[in-house]
Ligand binder design. Structure first.
Ligand code: EPU
Length: 346
């Protein structure tokens, strides 16, 4: 090509990933490319060497545990932009680049007068990571505020738009953890914020706030502040203490299995699900096994919430995994339940 060649792809070599993962674990990317648009991603796919290489998608680094250097080409998703795309009688539709920070975006929608995401305040990570694990907190899951997303196919380079059904959202689960894992990259997410707005206050800790404050009809900003206060009180801030939020999913067991466990441990925290199965609080199980505040090497169990593993300073990914396995074994030994990690382990 003459004259019209696009500028060279910004390929970085030997990039330290410690500050790019919320656990603060040591790892190095042999090759890293910052992706600011679908077009940049297509140039990676068309690149003679990078195109064929395996790829690892890194968002805010809030859901990954590095136990070694990733061998794949790291694609650091930095697609920006946020705008109102539609104002319908029954919803605001907001489009956000996958590289935007989730919490900043939540605060921005509220400031613009488009409420609906306040229960999901302060969840660490990027907007593009939100659909992958169908983030949820305090009675709201992403899928309840989801319109569609754009994703680029890593083989063809084509951008496809996926709606709610195509994403197969489940509890901390989606198609991006299964058939589309490693095959496509989310570049934009469209959120559907229902009008008229309705407060979601059913979660125990929010109900408690209503009683404590006497505010029975809080506005979105108040709920946002309550959620921020609740989270800050029991979850460590990744900016000061390395962590990836809940390390394990809350396990779901059959009603029969739950009856057995309740027979032995009447205190167990459990939530019946519509299909008859029962979700157990993994944090409670881990706590009951005496893990709160304990450490293995420089990896520890957070003092205020046993579901969160933390980096006590200079931990390696191997130490985190050793701790996670020890917890899994003791929970299995006492309750016969296998805890499943939530983050991606590299
Ligand atoms: N519990 C204990 N000891 C502990 C931790 C929890 O006894 O050390 C008990 C609590 O007292 C409570 C129950 O376990 O009765 C559940 O705890 P909590 O309400 O804190 O919720 P969670 O099950 O620990 C889930 C999500 C969080 C989300 C909160 C609020 C998962 C894996 N985690 O936590 O999501 O913020 O509910 O909706 O579903 C995340 O995914 O990273 C995350 C933080």
């Amino acid at each position: 090509m003459h004259g019209t060649a696009a500028p060279a792809l910004p390929i970085e070599q030997g990039v330290n990933l410690r500050t790019l993962n919320a656990f603060g674990l040591p790892a190095q990317a042999q090759t890293l490319v910052r992706i600011d648009s679908d077009a940049t991603l297509r140039r990676v796919i068309d690149h003679p060497e990078l195109g064929r290489a395996p790829k690892f998608v890194l968002g805010g680094g809030s859901n990954v545990v590095f136990t070694r250097d990733p061998q794949a080409v790291v694609l650091k998703i930095e697609v920006g932009g946020r705008r109102l795309v539609q104002e319908l009688p029954d919803a605001w539709i907001v489009e956000v680049g996958a590289g935007e920070n989730w919490h900043d975006m939540v605060a921005w929608t509220l400031a613009q007068g488009w409420p609906g995401l306040e229960n999901l305040a302060l969840i660490p990570g990027s907007v593009g990571a939100a659909p992958v694990q169908n983030i949820g907190a305090y009675g709201v899951e992403l899928k309840e505020r989801f319109e569609s997303l754009d994703a680029v196919d890593l083989v063809t380079g084509r951008t496809v738009t996926l709606g709610l059904d195509a994403c197969h959202f489940g509890y901390r689960d989606s198609v991006f953890k299964h058939s589309l894992a490693g095959k496509s990259v989310i570049t934009r997410v469209r959120l559907r914020l229902p009008r008229p707005w309705r407060a979601v206050l059913g979660y125990l800790e929010l109900t408690r706030k209503v009683h404590e404050t006497g505010v029975t009809d809080p506005d979105p900003k108040t709920i946002f502040e309550w959620v921020c206060a609740i989270r800050s009180a029991k979850l460590p801030d990744p900016a000061t203490v390395g962590n990836v939020g809940s390390f394990f999913k809350n396990p779901v067991v059959s009603a029969e299995q739950c009856r057995d466990i309740i027979g032995r441990d009447p205190e167990i925290v459990h939530y019946p699900l519509p299909d008859g199965s029962v979700k157990l609080a993994a944090g409670w199980l881990i706590d009951a096994c005496g893990w709160k505040g304990k450490s293995i090497g420089r990896a520890g169990v957070y003092e205020k919430q046993a579901l969160v593993l933390v980096n006590r300073g200079g931990a390696s990914g191997a130490e985190v995994i050793t701790l996670a396995r020890a917890i899994q074994e003791s929970v299995y030994g006492r309750f016969g339940i296998r805890l499943e990690p939530e983050p991606v382990v590299v």
